[in-house]
Design a protein around this ligand. Structure first.
Ligand code: NAP
Length: 563
């Protein structure tokens, strides 16, 4: 029941036995906002619940200086609304966090979503009733709601990983996490600042901290491959040309392998001479595109020798960018193939290490012993700090779902189900957890593609699915155990053909202590994935079991029309 006096905007209809909502969407990022819009447009009673003070999801929380998208803004944006495409203007090739947040706020206003969003409220528990086919969802605001469907649009890199550094709580200075950056910009001027972690967040925040702090110490356990972003303002004529071409571009984007457009490679890196290869890599490097190097040859992610040609090219570029040879050497990745961890786009990262007040501490050479009240102690010495910035990453792809106490059939929890590795059918529904969908969750292309395009595909599939269920009077959809087994086997088999699974990364869950090590993303690409999802729907939701509740269910919303 809804708590007295709490206006969550939920309309009860259909009698006491019916749900208060058709669908509850969790998370107000790119995926959740579009899901809310689409479900409402199709006549469902839907509400979105968000833990933060405002919409934006990952772009609300990751407000550290330097945060910006690593796919061009004109592509890293919704494709579903031609009007939105024409009215919104991106100012930079890679928009910074404040601009992306403004865009998402604009979307919430433009599509009149705010009245249907409850902010400052965390979904804590969801319990499924097998007789009524309803979820009872409990929130941190002490109200509960019953809903037919739950859509977890909780993000793939949003659950912050526990920081497994001894003594971290003893630090007497200020501790900041890139993914929980305060709204009031912390003043770093005059301070001795440490940054722990050199993934994409660390690579983005380091030059910005370097520009503000009196002294910066970067603590690096594993160096990454970072490519130059060549970010720049977007001139008016380029914006006009993009807008004129948007209808074609968006169609092509939706039909593409990863939500960005490029000509796929046709040749092995080993089939060409070294000179030709270097020319291709130079072009990819100049492009300022995250996949600029990976798209040059077919086998960079499947063949170690082919990969080494591009990995050594990047190491050469690092040597050219960093003046001190020892620092350049320490910044050069050698322990994993290029691209098997997400590469980073950098703006001033390597150059920062040429500044006299910036130093790199290579934790492979001098391991971190503990955080002390004064700073960070390695096997070599203590590094005194005023502020320690943690850029230590996420419990990616599954952490934001298992953070909720989800109980499906027989009271089984999602945490238990995924304790040996994530399992579901088509990356959308986990067997035993009916009427619960994940957007951009595990075993879908999500993080290996443009996340906005991938989210739109999920959101639209889910909305179509709910329309189908409504039209045919079904009140339940669950993945069959067999379809789930086959999907997991298919995802694993595809991944095994690549170099990804051999590497410790958040793709494999290896960055989180105790997390099962399985490759968590679908490597077959969006074209194949979309075809499989569409085929399942066309075949009457093959691989899913559809059912009708014995108890009467609510009538369709008056005036609702099927699209
Ligand atoms: P990450 O890639 O997991 O990097 C975490 C870093 O912290 C790594 O360098 C890791 O070292 C280090 N670390 C973790 N625990 C440590 C410990 N106990 N001691 C020492 N070092 C430790 O996390 P992230 O940088 O936040 O990025 C995660 C993902 O978010 C990215 O891959 C990307 O998909 C997304 N992201 C995107 C953007 C963007 O450009 N739009 C920006 C930021 C993030 P090891 O590698 O040795 O574990």
């Amino acid at each position: 029941m809804i708590m007295e006096g709490v206006d969550v905007g939920v309309v009860r209809r259909g009698g006491d036995e019916g749900p208060e909502l058709d669908a509850l969407v969790v998370g107000a990022g790119f995926a959740g906002l579009y899901q809310l819009h689409l479900l409402r447009a199709r006549g469902f009673s839907a509400r979105l619940v968000e833990a933060c003070e405002d919409v934006g999801g990952t772009w609300y929380r990751n407000r550290y200086p330097g945060a910006r998208c690593d796919i061009e803004s004109t592509a890293y944006s919704y494709s579903f609304s031609p009007e939105l495409d024409q009215e919104w203007e991106w100012s930079e090739r890679y928009a910074a966090q404040p601009e992306i947040l403004r865009y998402l706020g604009h979307v919430a206003d433009r599509f009149d979503l705010r009245p249907h969003i409850t902010l400052n409220t965390r979904v804590e528990r969801a319990v499924y009733d097998e007789d009524s086919h309803l979820w009872t969802v409990t929130t941190s605001a002490a109200w509960t709601v019953t809903t037919r469907f739950v859509v977890l649009a909780t993000g793939c890199t949003s659950a912050v990983k526990d920081v497994d550094v001894p003594g971290i709580e003893s630090f007497a200075g200020r501790t900041l996490h890139t993914a929980r950056w305060p709204r009031d910009e912390p003043v770093l001027a005059g301070e001795r600042v440490g940054v722990l972690g050199t993934g994409c967040s660390g690579v983005q925040v380091v030059p910005q901290v370097a520009a503000r702090a009196a002294a910066l110490t970067v603590f690096q356990r594993t160096p990454v491959y970072a490519l130059p972003a060549h970010n720049r303002p977007l001139p008016a004529d380029e914006i006009a040309a993009t807008k004129a071409d948007y209808p074609r571009y968006r169609r092509a984007q939706r039909a593409s392998r990863g939500g960005t457009l490029f000509t796929p490679p046709t040749r092995s890196a080993l089939s060409v001479g070294a000179g030709e290869r270097t020319d291709a890599y130079e072009e990819g490097w100049r492009s300022g595109v995250l996949s600029g190097l990976l798209r040059t040859y077919t086998d960079l992610l499947t063949d170690e020798a082919a990969n080494e040609t591009v990995a050594s090219f990047v190491r050469g570029k690092i040597r050219d960018s960093v003046t001190d040879p020892d620092t350049a050497d320490a910044l050069s990745p050698r322990t994993f193939p290029f691209g098997t961890k997400r590469p980073c786009l950098e703006s001033g990262y390597y150059a920062a290490f040429n500044e006299p007040h910036v130093r790199l501490v290579d934790l492979r050479r001098t391991p971190l012993v503990e955080v002390t009240p004064r700073g960070v102690r390695t096997t070599e010495r203590e590094h005194p700090l005023d502020t320690l910035v943690l850029a230590t990453g996420f419990d990616a792809l599954t952490g934001s779902q298992t953070a909720i106490d989800v109980r499906g059939r027989g009271g089984a929890t999602l945490r238990e189900k995924w304790s040996d590795g994530a399992a579901n059918h088509l990356g959308l529904v986990a067997s035993g957890f009916p009427n619960l969908f994940t957007v951009l969750g595990p075993l879908s292309p999500s993080v290996l593609s443009n996340a906005v395009t991938a989210a739109e595909q999920h959101v639209e599939w889910i909305a179509d699915c709910l329309v189908h269920l409504r039209r045919h009077g079904f009140t339940e959809i669950d993945a069959t155990p067999q379809a789930e087994r086959e999907w997991c086997a298919h995802v694993a088999a595809l991944a095994e053909r690549t170099l990804y699974p051999s590497v410790d990364s958040w793709y494999t869950g290896a960055n989180v202590a105790g997390k099962p090590r399985t490759f968590l993303a679908y490597t077959g690409g969006m074209v194949e994935y979309r075809a499989r999802c569409d085929a399942a729907a066309r075949d009457g939701y093959a691989g899913f079991a559809l059912a009708r509740a014995v108890a009467p269910h609510t009538d369709p919303v008056p005036g609702a029309t099927s699209p």
